[in-house]
Design a protein around this ligand. Structure first.
Ligand SMILES: *Cc1c(COP(=O)(O)O)cnc(C)c1O
Length: 377
C-alpha cells in the first residue's frame, strides 16, 4: 500500500465494532479481565492501549518496521533508548546533534557510565576512526540541526553492521514520508513526534521504531518499565496529524524551496543552508537516500543586529522553538536549541549570533516572503 494511504487509514486491524471512522480514544487506565488467567489483550494502559497501539502500528508501517513504541516526547524516547546500554559502553554521535540529545548524553547518561564521542558523521571515515571494542552504537541525525549536514546512512551501516554496532537514526526532520532509514541499514529510528508527525504544534510525542523482533520486544519492555508512554488522547492527536502528513510534507517543502531561493537574493543574507539547494555539499546524497529535502532552512545574516531585528520584526512568522508544524517558526539556535553548548562547541558547529533557523509551514509562500522581507529590510 502506498504510504499516502497508510497515513490516512493507518493500521487495518481496527478493533472497534461500531464502525467508527475516527479511531476511538480509549481513555481507560485499566481493562477488566473476562476470567481468571484470561485477558482481552489489554490489562493496563501503561502496557497496552488500543488508541496508542493504532498509532504505533501506523508509524511502524510508515517506517517499514515491525515495531514502534510511542513515548510522551522525543526526549523520553531517547532516554528510554539509552537504557539499552551498560556502563562502559561507547556511543559515537553526530556532532551536529539536536541540543537536547547532547544535553542528555553529557549531563545524564555520562554520569551513569556511558561514554560518548562526537564526529562529523557526513564523513564515514571519521566514524570508523573512533570505533573501539566498546562501541555499541552510532547515533546520527540527517539532515542535522541546525546546519543541515547530511550523513550517508548506507555508508555508515556498512561500518556498523559487520561489527554488530547498532545504527540509530533520528529521522525527525524528514519523517518516513521522505526518508526510510531502516531500508538503508539503520537498526533503530528515533522520532520527535512533536514535529512533523504531529504537525500542528500542539502535542509532544516521541517514537522508537525497529524491524528487529528482539529489539522491538526490548523497546516495548522499556516503555512499560519506564512508564513514559503516550496518553490515549495525545495518541489520537498524532493519528489525526499523520492523516495529512503527505500533503503537509509536500507543500511545506514547496514553500521552503521558494523561500530558500528568495533568501539567496537578499543582500543581508550571507549563507543559506538547505539540503534542497544544488550547491549544498550533500545535495547528491540527499537526492539518492531521501525522496525529498524537507522544509527546514538555516541562514546567516550580515550581523548580530540584523539577526535580532529579524526575530523582533517578524509578524506572521513566530519567534518560537520547535519545528515541523503548519505555522512557520523562526528560532535563534544560539540562544534556544543549542544554548547548552559552550561557545567553542557552538563555534565549531557554525552556530553563532548571525545564524537563524526557519521551520517553514503551510502558509501562502508569498506572505512568508513579504514578512521576511520587511523584517530584514
Ligand atoms: C525536538 C527534537 C528532539 C526532541 O524531541 P521532543 O519531542 O522535543 O522531546 C529530538 N530530535 C530532534 C531532531 C528534534 O528536533
Amino acid at each position: 500500500m502506498n504510504q499516502k494511504t497508510i497515513c490516512i487509514h493507518g493500521c487495518k486491524e481496527k478493533k472497534d465494532l461500531t464502525g467508527s471512522v475516527s479511531v476511538p480514544i480509549y481513555q481507560s487506565a485499566t481493562f477488566a479481565h473476562p476470567a481468571v488467567g484470561k485477558s482481552t489483550g489489554y490489562d493496563y494502559s501503561r502496557q497496552q492501549n488500543p488508541t496508542r497501539e493504532h498509532l504505533e502500528c501506523t508509524v511502524a508501517a510508515l517506517e517499514g518496521g515491525s515495531h514502534a513504541v510511542a513515548f510522551t516526547s522525543g526526549m523520553a524516547a531517547i532516554t528510554a533508548l539509552m537504557e539499552l546500554f551498560q556502563p562502559g559502553d561507547h556511543i559515537i554521535a553526530s556532532e551536529d546533534l539536536y541540543g537536547g540529545s547532547i544535553r542528555l548524553f553529557e549531563q545524564i547518561n555520562k554520569k551513569n557510565g556511558l561514554r560518548f564521542s562526537y564526529a562529523d558523521t557526513s564523513d564515514a571515515t571519521k566514524i570508523e576512526a573512533l570505533i573501539t571494542k566498546d562501541t555499541k552504537a552510532v547515533f546520527i541525525e540527517t539532515p542535522s540541526n541546525p546546519t543541515m549536514i547530511v550523513t550517508d546512512i548506507k555508508a555508515v551501516s556498512e561500518l556498523t553492521k559487520p561489527r554488530g554496532i547498532l545504527l540509530i537514526v533520528d529521522n525527525t526532520f524528514l519523517t518516513p514520508y521522505f526518508q526510510k532509514p531502516l531500508q538503508l541499514g539503520a537498526d533503530i529510528i528515533v522520532h520527535s513526534g512533536t514535529k512533523y508527525l504531529c504537525g500542528h504544534n500542539d502535542t509532544l510525542a516521541g517514537f522508537l521504531v525497529t524491524e528487529d523482533q528482539k529489539l522491538g520486544e526490548k523497546l516495548r519492555h522499556l516503555l512499560m518499565s519506564l512508564g513514559s508512554c503516550l496518553s490515549p488522547f495525545d495518541s489520537w492527536l498524532l493519528i489525526r496529524g499523520i492523516k495529512t502528513l503527505a500533503i503537509r510534507m509536500e507543500k511545506q517543502q514547496e514553500n521552503a524551496i521558494a523561500i530558500a531561493h528568495w533568501l539567496k537574493t537578499h543582500p543581508k543574507v550571507k549563507k543559506v543552508y538547505y539540503a534542497g539547494l544544488s550547491e549544498h555539499p550533500s545535495y547528491e546524497i540527499s537526492s539518492t537516500q531521501a525522496s525529498g529535502f524537507g522544509s527546514m532552512i538555516s541562514f546567516t545574516v550580515d550581523s548580530e543586529a540584523t539577526a535580532v531585528q529579524v526575530l523582533e520584526k517578524v509578524e506572521l512568522i513566530l519567534y518560537a522553538e520547535s519545528l515541523g508544524g503548519v505555522e512557520t517558526l523562526i528560532t535563534y539556535p544560539m540562544l534556544q536549541t543549542h544554548a547548552d553548548l559552550t561557545k567553542e562547541e557552538r563555534d565549531a558547529r557554525g552556530i553563532n549570533e548571525t545564524l537563524l533557523r526557519l521551520s517553514v509551514g503551510l502558509e501562502f509562500a508569498e506572505d512568508l516572503i513579504s514578512d521576511l522581507k520587511q523584517a530584514l529590510d
